[in-house]
Write a protein that binds this ligand. Structure first.
Ligand SMILES: [Zn+2]
Length: 341
């Protein structure tokens, strides 16, 4: 079996995947037309350009512009359910066994949907996805940096009813430059108290010290991206010493210009130094990627071996927010599938 085939058949895990960045373009177009939402074109091939970044994407701003249409079509619970279901279906075709999907409920409450309706639509599709697609999935609720700290507290207060029912964690995402993590400290401390896991996007766009703040003040157990830890030896040591798993998303990092090119990404250095790096998609549609594509890029541009890829997958199971029982079960399934290859 050639390497590409092996990668395709690998059992996979994704810990960092945004729901609104992973919607099928066909679905966005269909819902937009149904809901009378203005679309730039109704020809699907041309339409796709408005939902995915081009190869030469030059900035985070350009990257984020691709989310405009998606958030417009994710304002009804039936659509959120459908989008989650389709994502799980697509993932099952890639042999993904476990995924943590994340979304920011408050971004979907602009036209009257309640927090509960938004969260429950995702959870319903996830629960059904276990049987339907053989994928175990969990939900991470995102607090947006630009929203007020009170909104983040509300997410934790409202979200706690869903702990043990599919919701496992909270996250902090969005503009890292203007909104440092400490603004949302209260929500994260409360989350810890209630039993949520915590992950925080930090060190994605060049402010490495946010990594330390996220861990020390927001009690983050994992860091989203954390690319720029290498810019500061002390911070890199901190990540190693505290054994903080990093959720890395290579294509996204190159597209947003967090790093110049695939060769410049520090992921291999981190892996070789024993940091628990994991490989994730970030936004399947916007980044126009899949886990298999990410693995292939790492093998071609960063010298990853198949063993390295496997190591990152095992790291993913260990760093996941699944229960210990579920982790054990996943480890068994993965070992068996790797053995068959
Ligand atoms: Zn992200």
């Amino acid at each position: 079996m050639n390497v590409q085939k092996k990668i395709e058949r690998f059992p996979k895990i994704d810990l960092h995947c945004h729901l609104d960045g992973s919607v099928r373009p066909e679905t966005i177009l269909e819902i937009a037309l149904k809901e009378d939402i203005h679309v730039p074109t109704t020809k699907i091939e041309a339409f796709k350009q408005h939902t995915q970044v081009a190869e030469d994407c030059s900035s985070l701003k350009e990257y984020l512009s691709k989310f405009a249409l998606t958030s417009d079509v994710m304002q009804k619970s039936e659509y959120i359910y459908r989008i989650t279901d389709e994502l799980l279906e697509d993932l099952s075709n890639e042999n993904v066994k476990y995924i943590e999907i994340r979304f920011a409920p408050f971004l979907h409450m602009e036209k009257g949907m309640t927090f509960e309706e938004a969260v429950e639509s995702v959870l319903k599709a996830m629960e059904e996805g276990k049987e339907k697609y053989g994928i175990l999935s969990k939900l991470i609720l995102i607090c947006m940096r630009r929203h007020s700290p009170e909104v983040s507290v509300q997410i934790v207060e409202k979200g706690k009813a869903y702990l043990g029912k599919g919701v496992v964690a909270i996250d902090l995402a969005g503009n890292e430059h203007d909104f440092p993590p400490e603004l949302h400290k209260k929500a994260f401390q409360l989350a810890k108290e209630y039993g949520f896991h915590r992950t925080v996007h930090a060190g994605e766009t060049g402010i490495p010290k946010n990594i330390i703040t996220a861990v020390e003040e927001l009690k983050a157990e994992r860091i989203g991206h954390g690319i720029h830890a290498y810019l500061n030896e002390e911070i890199l040591e901190f990540v190693k010493e505290k054994k903080i798993p990093l959720e890395m998303c290579i294509s996204s990092n190159v597209q947003t210009k967090a790093v110049e090119g695939f060769e410049d990404h520090p992921i291999k250095k981190y892996l070789d130094e024993g940091i628990a790096v994991t490989i994730n998609t970030d936004n399947i549609t916007v980044s126009n990627t899949t886990l298999a594509k990410e693995y292939e890029i790492l093998m071609n541009k960063q010298g990853f071996t198949l063993e390295d890829i496997k190591q990152t997958i095992i790291n993913g199971i260990n760093a996941s927010f699944a229960s210990n029982e579920e982790k054990e079960e996943l480890t068994g399934i993965f070992k068996e599938e790797f053995f068959k290859l």
